[in-house]
Design a protein around this ligand. Structure first.
Ligand code: KIV
Length: 271
């Protein structure tokens, strides 16, 4: 798709300037061309090709099964739709944790094959070498702390993280480290609002919260949750703007009825 020259593209620098101006950043997930088109057209700042595609698009229970090839497929579909938004892609489980060379190879595949603008990795000091290596190749990195779903089997539940002092202190230190390493932003997932506020005030890079209260520099939700397509998922932090599961179902029931009765297609709907 050709780039619309009149649109000012969002870059990592724009996001940092937004934080400095106390302007909130909006971020949503996108996994396919059609949805990304709508979200970009609506003016969303950041599109996250999240590994939540593993749950939302593929129906897995966790984010662990999604592969690098599948993330690249989703990311390239999103990139083709976008005029303005910054496209960030999750490095999937197993593509960066153990070995920084592997992390860089995975990142280079994402950047070359999808045309995305940045990657996101879950974790703090444990993945320091991978972050350094990716950044040294000139690829912007978004961090992700708090509830990190790729570690679900270590945590055991999807409950709020860092309520205890020890974990909160580690999170504060990790956030500082990610900033020092050169990450351009950090997602804070499902942590107490007061902790997210403290972390955000102590950083110059933006924090993007999900279940982290209002005092962060931006908010992210899974688009399918916000639209009410994933109807059984109702965490406290989620605000649903539509009930699309029901609305789509009603529309499809009408279509089935029209097909069965012969009402569709009518005279105007044929050649
Ligand atoms: O994969 C994802 O959708 C995410 C967001 C929940 C931040 O990481």
């Amino acid at each position: 798709m050709s780039v619309n020259k009149e649109v000012k593209r969002i870059t990592t620098h724009v996001l940092q300037a937004m934080k400095a101006r106390h302007e909130k950043i909006s971020m949503l997930t996108a996994y396919d061309f059609s949805m990304a088109r709508i979200l970009d057209d609506a003016g969303i700042d950041v599109l996250l090709v999240g590994d939540s595609a593993s749950n939302v698009m593929a129906g897995h229970e966790t984010t662990l099964p999604i592969t690098l090839d599948q993330m690249i497929y989703h990311a390239s579909s999103v990139v083709r739709a976008v005029n303005r938004s910054l496209v960030v892609v999750d490095l999937p489980f197993g593509s960066y944790q153990g070995n920084s060379k592997h992390a860089l190879d995975s990142t280079i595949r994402i950047m070359k094959e999808s045309g995305a603008h940045a990657v996101k990795l879950e974790g703090g000091v444990e993945i320091k070498e991978s972050i350094v290596r990716i950044l040294s190749a000139g690829v912007p990195v978004m961090g992700h702390l708090g509830l990190t779903p790729q570690s679900i089997y270590k945590f055991g539940t999807y409950t709020v993280r860092a309520r205890e002092e020890e974990e909160a202190e580690k999170l504060i230190a990790d956030a500082q480290l990610l900033q020092e390493l050169g990450c351009f932003a950090i997602v804070l997932e499902k942590i107490p609002a007061h902790l997210a506020k403290q972390v955000s005030e102590n950083l110059v890079i933006p924090t993007i919260g999900i279940g982290a209260g209002p005092d962060v520099d931006g908010q992210v939700l899974v688009t399918h949750d916000l639209l009410g397509i994933t109807k059984d998922f109702q965490p406290r932090f989620l605000r649903r703007y539509l009930e699309l599961f029901e609305e789509i179902k009603v529309a499809v029931e009408s279509y089935i009825k029209d097909v069965r009765t012969g009402d569709f297609p009518n005279e105007k709907e044929q050649y």
